[in-house]
Design a binder for this molecule. Structure first.
Ligand code: GLU
Length: 338
């Protein structure tokens, strides 16, 4: 008698919507999150060769409507899945617009070494040559791959594997929208065969101090308000003052160049910092490192440098950091550690 085939690994597939579940309406338009996860899985029968998949529709939205409440629900669902010894990994379908923020949030709050993979698509499911089916196939394959363990939360699209910390959406519509800047890709994936490169560089998942934040006892607490303001030539202080008046406990500035901002806006930030608002200087350039005390005297003004995080991810880290401390030195250390 031939030896019995090894049982297939089990993967939990959590759905949130996005263009991967999108369907055309009229003309050039389409609606994200129109299709259920059952319909997406049914469209890729080859998934059955990779894993036994159980599905849950956690949300049904375009990711421009992603909220902290959905993040928390998702984080709790992911944690429950990875704590189940019968499950090998988790895949999350998600719109690409804010995928990098959700991925980085989960990278900081889920405690696990198991693969957690976010996947999306740039073309709706009803499009000619839709990219969703292959992206989903690749994501499920990576969720079952032993080599994917311990790499933190991953994003898979367009035959590429990205680390949550490094990935950014860089193009409005092209299939190759995701890029991982100067740190580079986590790996490549060819028809379900992953090839991993160097491991991630900073603390994540199992080693993150933020993981207990999603414990049941604090799951209803909201994160502190952190606003994000895009700097520009001729910037005044109106938006900074408005954010402070709205109750912001932190402010991320997508600064020009090396996280810079002009004298008027700088003075407003300095006043806000004196009032106890945590000010993080990030860069609107999309690359590079924002260092301390270059053109702006962070030590004197009480500012934090975002280091390598883009502004939207700096906001995620600052919100989580502010749940632990308001100490500027400790907050700055977090930007060097995560
Ligand atoms: N706005 C949609 C979303 O983020 C479309 C982008 C996409 O999913 O590719 O859900």
């Amino acid at each position: 008698m031939p030896p019995a085939a090894a049982p297939l690994p089990c993967v939990r597939l959590l759905a949130t919507g996005g263009t991967i579940a999108g369907a055309h309406t009229t003309g050039r338009g389409y609606r994200a999150a129109a299709l259920s996860i059952d319909a997406l899985v049914a469209a890729v029968p080859q998934l059955a060769t990779l894993a036994r998949i159980d599905v849950e529709q956690v949300a049904k939205l375009g990711s421009q409507d992603m909220t902290e409440a959905v993040w928390r629900k998702l984080a709790a669902r992911v944690q429950r899945a990875v704590d189940n010894p019968a499950l090998t990994g988790v895949v999350i379908t998600h719109g690409t617009d804010t995928m990098e923020e959700t991925a980085y949030f989960l990278n900081l709050v889920v405690r696990t070494d198991k693969p957690v993979v976010l996947v999306g698509a740039m073309r709706p499911a009803t499009a000619m040559s839709a990219d969703g089916p292959m992206n989903l196939f690749n994501a499920i394959a990576i969720a079952t791959a032993p080599a994917a363990r311990g790499r933190g939360v991953l994003v898979v699209a367009n035959d590429e594997i990205h680390f949550a910390r490094e990935v950014a959406k860089t193009n409005t519509t092209q299939l190759g929208t995701f890029a991982s800047g100067q740190r580079g890709l986590a790996g490549l994936v060819n028809s379900g065969r992953p090839h991993f490169y160097a491991p991630p560089v900073r603390r994540h998942t199992a080693a993150s101090e933020f993981a207990p934040l999603i414990a049941a006892s604090v799951s209803e607490r909201t994160l502190p308000r952190v606003d994000l303001i895009f700097a520009h030539a001729g910037m005044d202080r109106a938006l900074i003052d408005a954010a402070v008046a709205a109750g912001a406990r932190g402010l991320v500035i997508a600064g020009v160049g090396d996280g810079n901002l002009g004298a008027t806006a700088l003075a407003a930030c300095a006043e806000a910092a004196k009032k106890g608002v945590a000010i993080v200087r990030a860069s609107r350039t999309g690359g590079g490192v924002v260092e301390r005390n270059i053109e702006i005297d962070d030590d004197r003004l009480g500012f934090i440098a975002a280091n390598e995080l883009n502004p939207q991810k700096a906001r995620v880290l600052l919100m989580l950091g502010l749940t632990c401390t308001r100490d500027l030195r400790m907050l700055q250390e977090m930007f060097f550690a995560y």
